[in-house]
Design a protein around this ligand. Structure first.
Ligand code: GUN
Length: 320
């Protein structure tokens, strides 16, 4: 991959209408993640209400946050608030940055044993003294709301019912909102993280796409990306994806969120995609913010309700 380039300022126009480019070709349709996420959260809230009335329980999410990273605090707060807004119970564990791994695993064990807790989320990244893999494997797979436990990863890749990671699940919803039938589509994923890239590959493969994963050792990354009907960027390098990386008419989903300091001293979130440049080439694309982020949270709320139903042997909530 080539080094990141300076990004230009841009204005996001929301809605499904298309503006005309100078060339007379329409600008990319902007996929409104906030609207889609709001709709999903509303439907999940209705399901939670029915569960309360008919089965007399409230699904509960426990979040564990270790340390003082401001971005992690903000993400966890948003997740807890979204659960509370959907009528779910939220349990909050905040641990100091120097928490030993054994203490964190013991906390996970207590939440595994707590019947009010249906879903457990340990916010990543964790401090250096803690092995995230050991912590994730300590979570009861039935409560593994992130879908990071090896059992859920294996179930996803083998086509069995699983708890599926929230960000790629949200990306797939965004893609399907503009392209419902994905069979035979060329999909290229930039990034191979366990949180986004790898599960995204599994989901797009299951949707009958031809899938390529591009990573730091890939040669000719831009040329491969340019083949994609569906391009998902999840690298964390601001404005990596320029117009030359995008096939005309492609669906481009930007899952790469980086917080940068603006000249006015404020922090703002930027994606992996050079929005202004790519907008003139893509058929549809997500903005940052307002694209993948809200969908991740909505899918977490749904995963919490899904985990609660499966743990009790109830039917899954309606499909997303
Ligand atoms: N850190 C960044 N994204 C995620 C996520 O989806 N889940 C958890 N647990 N931590 C994260």
């Amino acid at each position: 991959m080539s080094p990141p380039r300076e990004r230009t300022g841009y204005k996001i126009r929301r809605g499904s209408g298309k503006a005309k480019r100078k060339s007379g070709v329409a600008d990319a349709r902007i996929i409104d993640g906030r609207a889609l996420a709001g709709d999903l959260r509303q439907r999940v809230a209705e399901t939670a209400g029915r569960l309360r009335e008919r089965h007399n329980f409230v699904p509960g999410l426990a979040t564990i946050l270790v340390g003082d990273d401001p971005a992690s605090h903000s993400y966890v707060r948003s997740k807890r608030n979204a659960c509370a807004a959907a009528g779910l119970a939220a349990f909050d564990r905040s641990l100091p940055a120097d928490t030993p791994e054994a203490a964190l695993i013991a906390e996970v064990g207590r939440l595994n044993a707590d019947d009010q807790v249906d879903a457990i989320l340990v916010q990543l990244p964790l401090p250096a003294q803690i092995d995230a893999h050991r912590v994730i494997t300590a979570i009861d797979p039935q409560k593994d709301v992130d879908g990071f436990h090896p059992l859920n990863v294996g179930r996803l890749w083998t086509g069995l019912p699983a708890l599926v990671p929230c960000t790629p699940q949200g990306c797939l919803m965004l893609i399907r909102s503009v392209r419902p039938d994905l069979a035979g589509a060329e999909a290229v994923i930039l990034g191979r993280s366990n949180i986004v890239g790898r599960p995204m590959a599994a989901l797009l493969l299951a949707a009958d796409c031809t899938v390529t994963a591009v990573h730091s050792k890939t040669r000719e990354a831009a040329a491969i990306a340019r083949r994609a009907d569906i391009l998902v960027a999840a690298v964390g390098r601001p404005a990596l994806v320029g117009a030359g990386w995008v096939k005309p008419g492609a669906v481009v989903v930007d899952a790469g969120i980086t917080a940068i300091s603006a000249p006015d001293g404020r922090t703002r979130l930027v994606g992996d995609v050079d929005f202004a440049a790519v907008r003139a080439v893509a058929g549809a694309m997500t903005p940052v913010p307002g694209g993948v982020g809200p969908m991740t949270i909505a899918c977490l709320v749904r995963n919490t309700v899904l985990a609660a139903c499966r743990r009790r042997g109830l039917a899954d909530p309606p499909p997303i």
